[in-house]
Design a protein around this ligand. Structure first.
Ligand code: S3P
Length: 172
């Protein structure tokens, strides 16, 4: 079985998934890194050269490719992955999924300083960013909430999140 972490940009999916994989002695896969590796371009360059629709198609294709692999692993997805194609159905069917759930303030604080590499928010001012995130989270919530379990990330350290996940993973 695979363990999948989903959630909005900046919710710490990759960092936490990497720690979780190490704690469980499982391989760690980051879908964004996997796409970069296969496409030989950064996410930013893929968006710029080929557009978001192309990115979403590739994202879904590579998600399936990873889920078809027999080996257990901890997988961090991109913020948009659960919200396109039939990705969330696949995630529910093929994995134990966790939504790292952050409030608007937490997400904004984290993304303000790291907008540049994220094509969807790179051109927004700080004021626009708050409004964009509020709307976007609202749109995406229905997908994220379909995860098997939700974990609030607000005011928690990576270590605390990891401990919480380890308890929840073992229980299943
Ligand atoms: C996206 C999130 C990014 C990356 C791409 C699109 C999104 O991943 O897949 O820029 O639609 O939310 P992270 O959540 O790892 O930043």
């Amino acid at each position: 079985m695979k363990i999948i972490l989903i959630g909005y940009m900046g919710s710490g999916k990759s960092t936490v998934a990497k720690e979780l994989a190490a704690a469980l002695s499982l391989p760690f896969i980051d879908l964004d890194d996997y796409i970069v590796d296969k496409e030989k371009k950064s996410i930013k360059d893929i968006f710029e050269a080929k557009g978001e629709i192309y990115f979403r198609l590739q994202e879904s294709k590579y998600l399936k490719e990873i889920l078809e692999q027999e080996t257990d692993a901890v997988l961090a997805l991109g913020g948009g992955t659960p919200c396109y194609a039939n990705n969330m159905e696949l995630i529910k069917k093929e994995s134990q999924s966790f939504y790292l759930k952050g409030g608007i303030a937490t997400i904004c604080n984290r993304l303000r300083s790291e907008k540049q590499q994220r094509p969807l928010i790179a051109s927004l001012s700080d004021e626009q960013l708050t409004e964009f995130i509020a709307k976007h989270l609202f749109e995406r919530r229905n997908f994220y909430e379909q995860a098997d379990q939700s974990i609030s990330i607000d005011n928690k350290s990576i270590h605390e999140l990891l401990q919480e996940l380890l308890v929840k993973v073992k229980k299943n």
